[in-house]
Design a protein around this ligand. Sequence first.
Ligand SMILES: [Zn+2]
Length: 109
Amino acid sequence: MLPYRILSWLTEVYPFAALAFYIGLAMFTFAVCFLIPALAIVILMFSIFFLVPAVAFFRVLKMIEAWLARNQISRHRCPCCGEELQGAEEVDCLVCGIAWDPQGTKVTA
Ligand SMILES: [Zn+2]
């Protein structure tokens, strides 16, 4: 329940945090590129290759989130608030109003 909520929050914030990190990096690179051009090239290369582990980590977070949700749904508990669940195919919680599909991903109504 609590680990799911933390992970759910993380997967919502993560893309924006990554974007902010890249914008900050771009501003830093612009500030530094006239003084130390070599560093700017290094940062550029780093930022391109850093995308792969950043996206991979995001996928892993999403997988763990879905796994936790499936785990709770199989016990007929809402992954978010822990209340008893109703519904058969698409599981939805009457208390917090969130629905999940059988794969464990949130379905926004
Ligand atoms: Zn709920």
